[in-house]
Design a protein around this ligand. Structure first.
Ligand code: NDP
Length: 253
């Protein structure tokens, strides 16, 4: 049964919202991805923790088990470097272990450099576009069969305010987030008829993480919401209450 939700920001999910759902989170080692992985597990999901720093993934793995959550999976993968065999291996191992994928949170991103277009380093531009946009595209494409096998799958992309309106000095990062919004809409349109896969974006808004600190070093972190405080829309989009919601871009703040 689905519940009408007026404002996903204040969504109060039932404790068992994500019971028996298998959800992959990229960039699960820190910041918003870490909070999302833990929150999904608290609500019953088996989370697959994908990230480039194994030590961080292992510590979240331990925290989830200590809190009594379902046993997570760990996927060490650097999205800046991964090639086809790694993606295919991931797909095969998820297929073997779970036989489907119910949720895919594209959260990992890099900031690149804050500078005017005239001075953007071309190699950094490539890296940012690759990690923030091309890798989520490849990951989604490879995992499509498993998402279809779910029968009720949710793909969530992570956007940003600068992915909706360009702003000076946000260069490749802003462009990657515009691309993210576009990719999500294209997938939503391609899957809307079948109704078994939904695709949406979330804009977290300014949130107390390492990336925010790197972008605004002089800012008082105490003035920002923590990742744990913005989980409403994430849980809403991953659970059954958002069935039929697709092609949207939600704000957390
Ligand atoms: P953080 O930098 O704190 O965390 C990003 C995570 O992504 C880290 O776990 C990092 O791994 C991982 N990651 C980065 N590069 C790679 C890679 N090549 N391969 C695998 N994993 C990688 O960022 P936030 O938590 O702040 O951001 C999460 C998402 O929210 C991003 O998409 C960001 O653009 C978006 N966002 C954030 C806002 C904010 O105010 N914080 C505002 C608007 C959007 P590791 O820990 O190993 O470095």
């Amino acid at each position: 049964m689905t519940m009408k939700v007026d404002d996903p920001r204040t969504y109060q999910p039932p404790r068992d919202l994500l019971q028996d759902r298998v959800i992959l989170v990229t960039g699960a080692g820190a910041g918003i991805g870490r909070a999302a992985a833990k929150s999904f597990a608290e609500h019953g999901a088996t989370v697959i923790l994908l990230g480039r720093t194994v030590r961080k993934l292992e510590s979240i793995y331990d925290e989830i088990l200590e809190a009594g959550g379902p046993q997570p999976g760990i996927v060490p993968m650097d999205l800046a470097k991964a090639l086809a065999p790694e993606y295919l291996e991931l797909k095969d191992s998820l297929d073997k272990e779970y036989g489907r994928l119910d949720g895919l949170l594209h959260n990992a991103s890099i900031l690149g450099e804050r500078s005017p277009i005239e001075q953007q380093d071309i190699a950094v531009w490539h890296d940012v576009l690759h990690v923030n946009l091309t890798a989520p595209f490849v990951l989604t494409q490879v995992l499509f069969p498993l998402l279809r096998d779910s029968g009720d799958a949710s793909i969530v992309f992570t956007s940003s305010g600068v992915g909706r309106r360009g702003r000076a000095f946000w260069g490749a990062y802003a462009v990657s987030k515009f691309g993210t919004e576009g990719l999500s809409q294209v997938i939503a349109d391609e899957t809307s008829e079948a109704g078994i896969i939904r695709s949406n974006c979330i804009n977290p808004g300014k949130t107390r993480t390492g990336m925010r600190r790197a972008a605004y070093p002089a800012e008082d972190p105490g003035t920002l919401l923590t990742p744990e405080e913005i989980m409403g829309p994430y849980l809403y989009l991953m659970g059954a209450d958002s069935r039929g919601v697709t092609g949207q871009s939600l704000d957390c703040q």
